[in-house]
Write a protein that binds this ligand. Structure first.
Ligand code: UT7
Length: 329
């Protein structure tokens, strides 16, 4: 029997504080004009000082559970995608479980940077394939503002904080949005092109040492850009071909929201008309693993995505990792 993987509910959360390009002009040598033309970003949300990844994940997860009409106690697994976890140990997934006041679920974090949501969805499919009674909370949450070098204009203007969530279970076709297929990929030989090294076991700090630039997100923008467009398009073509589909079968494209120029380039190469390519990067910036579920949930709320739509979701991030999900709404 074929298992059908159904998305039961979606949720998103963005912290209250909004930082505009005008605010950034006061911090670094940049301009609204540069940020807008190079990235499409106008503003981003920034977590409060006392907010960690699990706090935001909890808020998004509560919305997703309510949307699914489920209670947290029904969950069997919590899978959290993040590169800005609360801590090295315990996992952010365990912290989320603690916040819900539930016990016993399998809890695990996924480190796939901006591809975290689709990697986590595939992990959920694996759990469900092994045990069809599984009810998996897939949640991604990023407090990237903590890993921003606010003196580096080449990085600090690009990112924002947010969380997004979905519930995945087995079900019957037509019961809800169905994950038709997922492809995951990575190329570790290109890992040095996008890093947050500081605090890891290779770049550990000694007691009393202050952090250096390596504590923050560092990348070679142009290289990342090039690989992002190429690999997101490539993996989309693969997942379509493997499912006997062509580009024209895609109703809506929801790419990882890193930069409007990347989103636009992927849409053009895949020959998806601009009006069917979803973007909210102008209001969130790049929220890494959170970008896809935040975009998905907004696309549903605004009816950009409607029942019956075939939605293609390509992602790309540090690692490098990239992925594509094909969802039938
Ligand atoms: O989710 C995956 C992660 N995504 C990414 O890492 C982003 C991928 N890369 C990009 O989105 C783009 O490469 C950027 C937006 C980061 C940069 O755009 P670009 O068109 O590749 O610009 P550039 O890095 O080549 O910089 C062009 C100029 C430079 O000045 P010079 O050397 O030409 O004089 C930069 O110093 O723009 C300058 N610049 C800035 N100027 C004003 C860089 N950042 C800024 C800034 N404000 N914030």
């Amino acid at each position: 029997m074929n298992t059908h993987f159904i998305l039961r509910g979606f949720g998103r959360y963005a912290p209250e504080r909004v930082m505009t390009n005008a605010d950034l002009e006061k911090i670094v040598d940049t301009s609204d004009e540069w940020i807008t033309t190079r990235t499409g970003i106008k503003e981003r949300h920034i977590a409060a000082d006392d907010q960690a990844a699990s706090d935001m994940a909890y808020e998004a997860a509560k919305v997703a559970l309510a949307d699914a009409g489920m209670d947290a106690s029904e969950l069997t697994h919590i899978v959290c995608g993040t590169f800005t976890p609360d801590a090295m140990v315990p996992s952010t997934a365990c912290r989320i479980q603690e916040k819900f006041g539930i016990k016993g679920q399998a809890c695990v974090d996924i480190a796939a940077a901006c591809s975290g949501f689709v990697y986590a969805l595939e992990t959920a499919r694996g759990y469900i394939a092994l045990n069809p009674d599984s009810k998996v909370l897939v949640v991604t949450s990023e407090v990237i503002s903590r890993r921003m070098n606010w003196e580096d204009r080449t990085t600090c203007v690009l990112f924002g904080d947010a969380a997004g969530a979905a519930i995945v279970t087995a079900g019957e076709p037509g019961e809800g949005p169905e994950i038709k297929d997922i492809r995951l990929a990575a190329d570790g030989s290109l890992g040095d092109l996008l890093t947050v090294n500081g605090g890891g076991s290779r770049y550990a700090y000694k007691l009393g040492e202050t952090v250096g630039e390596e504590f923050f997100v560092q990348f070679q923008g142009r290289e990342v850009f090039k690989h992002a467009v190429r690999n997101m398009c490539g993996i989309c073509e693969t997942v379509l071909k493997d499912n006997g589909m062509v580009k024209a079968d895609v109703d809506v494209l929801i790419p990882h929201q890193a930069n409007w120029r990347i989103i636009d380039a992927v849409g053009r190469k895949l020959e998806i008309p601009a009006e069917r390519v979803f973007s909210n990067v102008d209001r969130y910036g790049n929220t890494s693993a959170a970008s896809v579920p935040v975009a998905l949930s907004e696309a549903l709320d605004t009816e950009f995505v409607k029942k019956g739509d075939t939605v293609l979701i390509p992602t790309f991030g540090g690692g490098f990792t990239w992925a594509a999900a094909l969802i039938q709404f």
